[in-house]
Design a protein around this ligand. Sequence first.
Ligand SMILES: NC(=O)C1=CN([C@@H]2O[C@H](COP(=O)(O)OP(=O)(O)OC[C@H]3O[C@@H](n4cnc5c(N)ncnc54)[C@H](OP(=O)(O)O)[C@@H]3O)[C@@H](O)[C@H]2O)C=CC1
Ligand SMILES: C[C@H]1O[C@H](OP(=O)(O)OP(=O)(O)OC[C@H]2O[C@@H](n3cnc4c(=O)[nH]c(N)nc43)[C@H](O)[C@@H]2O)[C@@H](O)[C@@H](O)C1=O
Length: 324
Amino acid sequence: MAGVSTYDLTGKRVFVAGHRGMVGSAVVRRLASENCIVLTADRRELDLTREEPTLKWLEANRPEVVVHAAAKVGGIAANNNLPVDFLCDNLALELSVIRASHMVGVQRLLFLGSSCIYPKHAKQPIAESELLTGPLEPTNEWYAIAKIAGLKMCQAFRRQYGDDFISVMPTNLYGRGDNYHPDHSHVPAALIRRFHEAKLAKAPSVAVWGTGTPLREFLNVEDFADACVFLLKNYSSDLPINVGSGDELSIADFAAAVADVVGYEGKLIFDASKPDGTPRKLLDSSRVRELGWAPKTPLSVGLAVAYADFLEMGGRNMRVGVQA
Ligand SMILES: NC(=O)C1=CN([C@@H]2O[C@H](COP(=O)(O)OP(=O)(O)OC[C@H]3O[C@@H](n4cnc5c(N)ncnc54)[C@H](OP(=O)(O)O)[C@@H]3O)[C@@H](O)[C@H]2O)C=CC1
Ligand SMILES: C[C@H]1O[C@H](OP(=O)(O)OP(=O)(O)OC[C@H]2O[C@@H](n3cnc4c(=O)[nH]c(N)nc43)[C@H](O)[C@@H]2O)[C@@H](O)[C@@H](O)C1=O
């Protein structure tokens, strides 16, 4: 099929940008079983939105491969409330990391987009060809525009210079190292934290945002990291490639599954004053499946691991992915 391409990671210097984040840390864990050299940079010493220091760092550290997992990330409320941060920070990160990678001659770069780049009412399941066929979901259009620009940058550098830069579009992710900010997290981390606190407080009911009817597809982050490494080794094309689990459920059913894992037995109240966002977002992941990759982690298992990780951190993981 189109895009099949073998790349050997053995002995390669691989820079994981955003290595402290949920995806970046999972990619670092996954790369430990490849015979490569993993490079990371401390954000306090290197702000990747700044191109000159980023270029200097890349020149000094000479990566052959870059996984661009650094981004301004958050759930529906953060996306809706912080349009400048989501648009400008993500554009700045992309311009800096992608252009500097070109300038130092990086052999293969993997850029992370998101399923929210596709139109709000895209045909389901969403094939890569749905890109730019209709209006975006308003709650996350700023972030989506930045992500579309990132994938276009990868295409442009490939077209003009022949750079081997690929773009991967993940569905909604969850798992170890997630951001448990009470308002700015995605739904898995938000509900794990809220249900855990409600269980401890013996609260009779707890709020779930929106109507509970939107459909979402969830993929465990360890599976996603495995897909990233698989695609680095097996895929080269200007076409973005979707990575999903195929496991779609309503937010109401997802909330019930999280409550089950956390052991919260009270009532779930749907707060329709909060936004639902996209009504349905199921990726067509047939291209990555045809290449030979498939997810392994059932949702109930992945959620149990995520909850254990939350508890291990003392239930205190208030790492703020997005500044309030
Ligand atoms: N989580 C999800 O459900 C999905 C995620 N994605 C994409 O996957 C990628 C990773 O997301 P995820 O791991 O969840 O997000 P996280 O917020 O967990 O991690 C993002 C990382 O980027 C780093 N970062 C942000 N800004 C800068 C900067 N200016 N300089 C250096 N580092 C910076 C953060 O550093 P620090 O730790 O210091 O804050 C953090 O380590 C993103 O591109 C995101 O858009 C796509 C679809 C779904
Ligand atoms: C991955 C993707 O994630 C974002 O889009 P989203 O899929 O809408 O993300 P979400 O996880 O925040 O919400 C999913 C659904 O869940 C409902 N929901 C219920 N209760 C809570 C809750 O407590 N918190 C949150 N955040 N949502 C809740 C919520 O109302 C919505 O219907 C993009 O902005 C963008 O960041 C992106 O790329």
